[in-house]
Design a protein around this ligand. Structure first.
Ligand code: NAD
Length: 391
């Protein structure tokens, strides 16, 4: 493939990883973030290091070139033929609003990952764009130092992608497979990805499982609980219970939305095997798959430091602020619209909401305040499943 001009929107873990991998393939990569402070820090650290370093599973690659980093969308977006959007879902709308007037008509937008009902924001802000929506991020990754170093811990084997328009030419799918070096499984509708989103099960579910008995628990830096490696049998059962509720919602929704592909909505175990089969040491149960997945090794609970050098779980992290209002709550709302009860999801959502003093289930009725912090159908004038058919 000849060298492409690629824009990466975002400056977090996934954006660093994407920029490094695209640069390693010889493409011209520029980074856009509306947050000026992070583009300034990126530029400074990048220059001091002489490039972006990446540990890609076992392979260390040094001093990868990044053409430009800027908080001016015009500088980065105008000439890009591929635009990756890699930010938590609560930032999608902001990014779309900033980039829309600079995008070339032929550019392809890839949203990694899309999370719940992204099609509502695509339709509202990028109605004429060619968009590919990803079910998840293709990598498990953490940035080590902004602008100079990123650790790509794991690379998934295959990934589900849907598009808008839904009949987007297969050429774009081939281009994306080449860029990502990954098998892409085409899904008919973006709505399927709302249900297939595994982050909505793992992130709130595991956080709830670890802290349900003592959310105020404190610990030293060394004692900070491991996230995936710390999953117990009881938490694994909770994840399975959420997945069963999603299955029931899917079955009910599919009565009205025929393009839903329920066979693409995998259970946690199926998804782990499809994504990480070769790096899971013990696949005998969901618990052991999570505990022994090399791509998850060493990932800890998000924590904040207290004054006395102790730490506490940070429930304001994206595992809650993204994965509840832009994912699990969206799915739960679709379920309730379709008449499905969701006691397990409700318990998880209610508890996480209480821990950040944000009663998600009650806020649903307070549309004006909540609409800037979630992606529920009601904020797009939709309160019946049939309203969603036009998206
Ligand atoms: P991150 O938390 O590192 O991303 C933060 C970046 O998002 C910021 O640096 C900024 O550039 C941007 N951002 C945040 N708030 C913003 C705002 N209000 N306006 C504009 N930009 C804003 O996230 P990440 O780890 O890169 O993850 C990106 C997505 O991938 C998320 O949806 C996450 O759930 C998903 N994901 C990540 C991983 C992983 O291993 N990192 C794995 C699976 C899925």
């Amino acid at each position: 493939m000849s060298s492409l001009k690629i824009a990466v929107c975002g400056c977090g873990n996934g954006a660093h990883t994407c920029a490094a991998l695209m640069s390693r393939k010889g493409h011209s990569v520029s980074i856009y973030s509306p947050i000026e402070e992070e583009t300034r820090i990126f530029q400074k650290n990048y220059e001091e290091n002489g490039g972006l370093d990446a540990l890609i599973v076992q392979e260390q690659v040094r001093k990868l070139p990044i053409a430009m980093v800027s908080s001016d969308p015009g500088e980065v977006i105008t000439e890009a033929s591929i635009i990756f959007v890699i930010v938590p879902a609560f930032a999608h709308k902001t990014i779309f609003q900033h980039i829309k007037k600079y995008m070339s008509r032929d550019a392809l937008i890839a949203i990694l990952p899309s999370r719940g009902l992204i099609e509502l924001e695509i339709k509202e802000y990028l109605p004429d764009a060619k968009v590919m929506a990803f079910q998840t991020l293709p990598w498990s990754c953490r940035k080590i130092k902004t602008g100079s170093s990123v650790n790509v811990k794991g690379i998934k084997e295959r990934i589900q992608v849907a598009s808008r328009p839904s009949d987007l030419s297969p050429v774009f799918y081939h281009v994306m497979e080449d860029l990502l070096d990954m098998k892409i499984e085409r899904v008919r509708s973006i709505m399927t990805l709302t249900l297939a989103n595994m982050g909505q099960i793992f992130h709130p579910g595991i956080l709830y499982g670890i802290f349900k008995d003592d959310p105020g628990k404190t610990f030293t830096e060394e004692e900070c609980p491991l996230f995936y490696q710390g999953v117990t049998e009881e938490t694994a059962e909770l994840l399975t219970a959420i997945s069963l509720e999603i299955k029931e919602i899917g079955e009910q929704l599919s009565l009205d939305i025929p393009e839903l592909q329920l066979e693409k909505v995998l259970t946690p175990s199926e998804w782990l095997m499809a994504s990480y089969k070769d790096v899971i040491e013990d696949s005998s149960s969901l618990k052991t798959m999570l505990n022994t997945n090399q791509a998850y090794k060493g990932i800890k609970v998000p924590a904040v430091q207290l004054e006395d050098n102790r730490y506490q779980a940070d429930f304001h992290c994206r595992y809650v602020t993204e994965d509840v209002p832009y994912s699990l709550l969206v799915t739960r709302t679709l379920g309730n619209m379709a008449g499905v009860r969701t006691p397990v999801m409700d318990q998880v959502i209610r508890s996480l909401g209480q821990w950040i003093n944000y009663p998600y289930l009650e806020k649903y009725h307070d549309a004006e305040e909540f609409s800037s912090q979630s992606r529920l159908p009601i904020f797009y004038g939709m309160d019946k499943i049939s309203d969603l058919l036009s998206t």
